[in-house]
Each structure stands twice: as C-alpha cells, then as structure tokens.
Design a protein. Sequence first.
Length: 316
Amino acid sequence: MKLGVVMDPIEGINIKKDSTFSMLLAAQARGWDLYYMEQNDLLIQDGVARARVKPLSVKDDFSGWYAFGNQSDIDLADLDVVLMRKDPPFDIEYIYTTYILQFAQEKGLLVINDPAGLRNVNEKMFINTFPDCIAPTLVTRDKDRLTEFLELHKQAVFKPLEGMGGKSVFKVDHNDPNLNVIIETLTRDQSRFIMGQKYIPEIKDGDKRILLINGEPVDYALARIPKSGETRGNLAAGGTGKGVELSERDKWICRKVGPVLRSMGLLFVGLDVIGDYLTEVNVTSPTCIRELDAIYGINIGDQLMELIDKKVNDKQ
C-alpha cells in the first residue's frame, strides 16, 4: 500500500496531540509506504495531477519523529490513497488543492476526505443541514439581524465561517458595549458572512469532539473544557481534554449526520457537540485521536487504516 499525505510542515507539529501523526504511525505499523507532501508540492501538468513527494518514516519520539528519503516527482494516481490533512483556513488556495486531488481521484486514487465533499461542507455552515440537531443559529452579514438575534437570545456566540482552534470566536451579551465593534470586525463592515449561535451554557462541561469513521462514531468523545475565564473549549485556546462516553443524544446526532457524511465520501470527520447541540462538522483535519487513544488505550488511527485497506482492496 502506498499512502500519501498532504499536511502542514511535519517539523512543526506537536506529536503528543497531532492526529495526522497518529494516522501515519498506524499506516507504517501495517508496513505501508508513506509519502509526504505539502501544498507547494502539488501541480497539474498537461492534465495530470502530479506531486513532488518524499518517502517518509515516522517514530513516536520527541527527539526526532520523522525522516525523509530522496524526493521524486510522481503521478498522484500512482499512489493508492492520499490523506488530505492540510489545516484551515479554508481559502481559495485550499479549494485549488482539492481540484488537483480530484483530478487524481478520477484516475482511481482514494482521497480522504473526498475533495468535492471538502468543498461542499463548510465546517460551520453545514450544521444547518440538520436543523433539529442545532441550537438557534443565524448566518448573515447584516448588522441589524445580528443585533436582533442577540436581543432575542440575550447571549450568543459570533464567529467567522473559516478558521480553526476557536480563533476570533466571541461570546457576546446583548448589553455588551463592544457589540458594534465586534460585529464590524467579524463582518468587515458587513462585507463577510459570519455565524451567530445561541450561547449554550453547557460549554462549562466541555465542547465534545466526537470522531466518525465512515459515518460511525468512535465509542468515546473528548470533552474539551474551557480554562478559567474562557468560554472556548478548544485545546488550542487552552482547554483541557477529558474522555467521556457518548450520551444517547450524541448517538442520535451521529445517526442523523453520519450517513450523510458517508454518502459524500467524508470518511473521517469530527463533530463538535455542546450540551445537546451540534455546533460544527469538522472535515478538513479533525483532531483528538492522540488524546482519546491515550485515555482509553485504543487505536483510532488503525481503525481508519482498516477502512482504507478495505476501500482500496474493493477497488482493486
């Protein structure tokens, strides 16, 4: 098996909590050949999706966790599978990258997640596909509508539709003296859409990350609990991870959302759930594998590799 990965620079990752690294360890443990790429390595030449790749070996060792072989130029379709694990922002360059991967996919390459699915599923916006799973939610660029939404619900969260890690997410009270400047900043003076969600006080118990493999949830979630004085549970914002079992409501949400994602070729997805409500659907580079593996002694990366093995063998 030849597995390629498109990711951010591997020298800058934190292997203690990097889910892509966990996937690479699992693939290597199966004896698969690994090939490393960044966005700059991808190209289309004469209608063929190609890449500069480096053979990669990985080691769960903070003193040196990767080594490269000699770089070569290949037809991407010569690989069996590519993991698209480039972090947001989901910008036009990200979209161009999915186009390149789709050219190779059409020649038989398995891409996880599916390039068209990545384009069609905005991680914030897509929750509106499941209105019975979400808290009151508004997407607009209009200042008056955002103000009315806040007046109705008294407390809300305003956030941009791109980005990750809780960046530029504001919890706002209806009488906040900074309301106008928050809206002006996030919408860039009403020229950019943002999302408003009714504030869910259960955030104090954690923002649960539920991982789905082929539409089916892993048995446990990571509740990311905000640090003191914060309303964001994201680990990147200082949240603390705690393992939890899925509630019946969590499982119900997964049954609603999972089959839709599977049908779109989105085979590794992270759902964010606060209290009883779905708040985001993470399809670009979902995290929390390492944390859940460490808490429960499981191997989520290998579960994904098992799926990939089956998908590739079914194609052949």
